[in-house]
Every structure is written in structure tokens, then in C-alpha cells.
Design a binder for this molecule. Sequence first.
Ligand code: IMP
Length: 191
Amino acid sequence: MKEIVFATNNQHKLNELRAIVGDRFRILSLAEIGCHDDIPETADTLEGNALMKARYVKEHYGYDCFADDTGLMVDALGGAPGVYSARYAGPGHDSVANVNLLLKNMEGKTDRSARFITVIALIMGDEEYTFEGRVEGHILTERHGEAGFGYDPIFQPVESDCSFACMSSEAKNAISHRGRATAKLVKKLTE
Ligand code: IMP
């Protein structure tokens, strides 16, 4: 079976990908190839960061690899938090702090439109590919729902009348940024 590295140690993301790809590829985590490095993610675009991570694994470990990067772009904030979504409230802060800061910065804003974007970079042999998935929606004025993670409780996709945190993971994956980018990746891997 062909092997490919997913440049993550996020078990949730690994399980999701393995379930979709089935036995067509063996998907290895960073830990499984003995990579415990702090891989640089210093680009100022999602695509740049995804490519940086995938290239790092290819160059240092020799494996074909894919890597993802996600951001929440809010129009009234000029596209913030964007590529800095994970550390919006500063280094060492968690999702609770990120959501609190975003709600504060959105106080009084009438334009609440936003989108999640995921870019996945894939390196197979000498070829590089990128796949983008996005979902449009708006930022709620307070948290709704208990499921999901990150900004899910305050993001309502246009396809739904509740936040991502009110949806089952199947319903979210069917329309989400990551689900849509992943579908393009899987199509490439299995063609
Ligand atoms: P990452 O690139 O997957 O690490 O995502 C960057 C940041 O975006 C994370 O720290 C999360 O806060 C946020 N994020 C990514 N995907 C989602 C999602 O599906 N729902 C809510 N927040 C997300």
C-alpha cells in the first residue's frame, strides 16, 4: 500500500482522513515518521504555510506529504484573524480567548459576513498541488452550541440556521471548508 504523510499530529484530522481514504493509502502522522520538530509556519498566506509544512517533511524525511492550514476571514475586520486565526488572542492563548476577542472586536458591527478557508498542499514525487475549500457565513453576536472546536460556536454557515457548534460532525463536514478541500485532495489521491 502507498504511504503518505499528513503533516499533523491532530488525531481528529487523522481519523477523518483515514476513514475517507480507506485502504487506498496508508496515512502516517508526524509522530509515526519520528518527526517531533517544530515545523515553521511563518508565511503570511494559508497556501504559503501549507506548502511550507509539506515541503519541510518532503525535504527532511523524504516522504510524499500533504499539509493543511485554515483561517477565518471576517470582512468587517479587513480579513482578520485570517492566517493568524490560531493565535489571534496572542501566543499561548486558547480558543476561548480567541472567540472572546473576536466577539469584542465585532461589537457594533452590522456587516458580520465571514468565511472559513482551508488550503491543503500536496507533494507527490516532484509535483506540488494545492486545494482550497471555503464556506461562507456570518459571525454571531454570542456563542451557540456545544459541539466542534475553535470558532465553531460563533460561525453560522449560509447553508444552516444554526452555528457549526450546533451541527453533527457529519453535517459540518459535508459543507465545511476542510470537508471541501479534503474532497479535492482525496479525488487527486485516488484518481
Ligand atoms: P489549523 O490551521 O487547522 O490549525 O486552524 C487554525 C485555527 O483556525 C485553529 O486554531 C482554530 O481555532 C481555527 N479553526 C480551524 N478549523 C476550524 C473549524 O472547522 N471550526 C472552527 N475553528 C476552526
